[in-house]
Write a protein of this length. Sequence first.
Length: 190
Amino acid sequence: MTERAFFHRLCELCELRERFTPPPGLTRPEIGDGMFFMTKRPCRRHQVTVADGRDQLAPQVPDGAGVFEAADTAGEVLGKLRVPDLVVTTGEPATPLLAVEIVSPANPGTDYDVKSRDCPAMGIPHYLILDPREGTWTYQWQVGGRRGSPEYENRPHLPYGNTVTVADEWQVETGGLPLYSRADMMLAPE
């Protein structure tokens, strides 16, 4: 497909998405590869992590920028619309400065694989993954293209308890972030 065709298809799907009401228990859909993607609504610990990340980042971002939850982020050229858990961006319709995803128990590959490809291709310079399943974080930055498509060239992966410095200026303390319970991860009790 051409860039124009991707953009046209994205516009069609975005119009349909505006008229669509997700079934109970599911999130508003994201768009990728010409399809809608919906996930289960996040559990409480996921939402606590989102709120904690927002509260930590908000006082640190520059004037004219803000931290927003579940903001639509479109890659028109790619024909994709993603909804990161948090974005740091200006009030203008611009590419976010930072996207933050909290890994959900049901679909970790979306955050680690799919969005790790989509974010640099969308021009998002910084991408932080917080993983309450394992108590780890992965910070990705410096978009390059050594393999022929945009990708992050730096990807440290460390345990909670370390402070993450994002974009050389914003800090996220991970030591107090909650971990998922076995029930959150749909595992049998021990």
